[in-house]
Design a protein around this ligand. Structure first.
Ligand code: PL3
Ligand code: FE2
Ligand code: FE2
Length: 251
């Protein structure tokens, strides 16, 4: 089923797949049917991943604050935003009549979660920031940017608000790592080698469900790489170092 939208005159629409029906003078945006069982089934896992991801992001910023006490206020602000995001996405699921599969989502994050906890215990702030403020945020940004293009109107509005915040979070990690690059570079590279492949695996794991939501795997990867590489560049790494880091995703 296509959600039809009337167009007038030369109006153009931003959409990845649009087809024009000459007889009715309407455009089909190729949005998925949000009411089918298959959509709801896939959404029950994706929605859970996002809800769990927002909760863990909250917890991670609170944890990071224990390693940089003078940043407590700023990090508490970021953590609060994550709780708002969680509420927003919970409402998205409720709006579609979907029950989120939280058990699935906990498992989905468990490896990355474990690595974060170990880094936290050891006081490895660079690793904690890379995992949460760079990798997870870039993953969220890629997912939300792609989702916005194919979401139901209610979720679209919420996700647009959320993704703006996620750029702030990415920026937070970026600025800290930039200021401390001379002392944290080695740990950054090592942590990336361990954790970027996990992000790649998570993306592969979610790809089938995402495609039911009309989210394309290649597009997700592309969006991730843009956010990830931009950030590494801003941190002050050169082309070769960035290429080396990105390569960890394909080995
Ligand atoms: C950081 O603030 C939050 C981290 C959340 C990580 C989300 C990853 C999402 C992957 C699934 C793609 C589908 C997105 C659809 C949104 C309902
Ligand atoms: Fe968030
Ligand atoms: Fe975030």
């Amino acid at each position: 089923m296509h959600n039809e939208l009337k167009i007038t005159d030369m109006q153009t629409l931003e959409s990845n797949e649009k087809t024009i029906d000459k007889s009715t003078n309407s455009i089909s945006l190729d949005l998925p049917d949000f009411t089918t069982d298959s959509y709801k089934d896939a959404y029950s896992r994706i929605n859970a991943i996002v809800i769990e991801g927002e909760q863990e992001a909250h917890d991670n910023y609170i944890s990071i604050a224990t390693l940089i006490p003078n940043e407590l206020e700023e990090l508490t602000k970021l953590a609060r935003m994550e709780m708002k995001h969680k509420k927003g996405f919970t409402a998205c699921g409720r709006n579609l009549g979907v029950v989120a599969d939280m058990e699935f989502a906990k498992k989905f994050f468990s490896k990355l979660h474990g690595n974060f906890q170990v880094a936290l215990e050891k006081g490895n702030l660079t690793t904690c920031l890379l995992i949460q403020a760079i990798l997870i945020e870039a993953f969220a940004i890629s997912a939300y940017n792609v989702y916005i293009r194919v979401a139901d109107p209610f979720a679209k509005k919420i996700t647009e608000g959320v993704v703006k915040d996620e750029y702030l979070h990415l920026n937070y990690g970026q600025e800290w790592l930039k200021e401390n690059l001379s002392t944290c570079k080695e740990e950054l590279m090592e942590a990336n080698k361990v954790n970027l492949p996990l992000i790649k695996k998570m993306l592969d794991e979610v790809a089938d469900d995402a495609s039911v939501l009309a989210m394309d795997r290649e597009e997700l990867m592309e969006e991730f790489m843009i956010a990830y590489q931009d950030t590494l560049m801003e941190i002050g790494l050169d082309n070769r170092e960035i290429a080396r880091m990105a390569m960890a995703a394909i080995v």
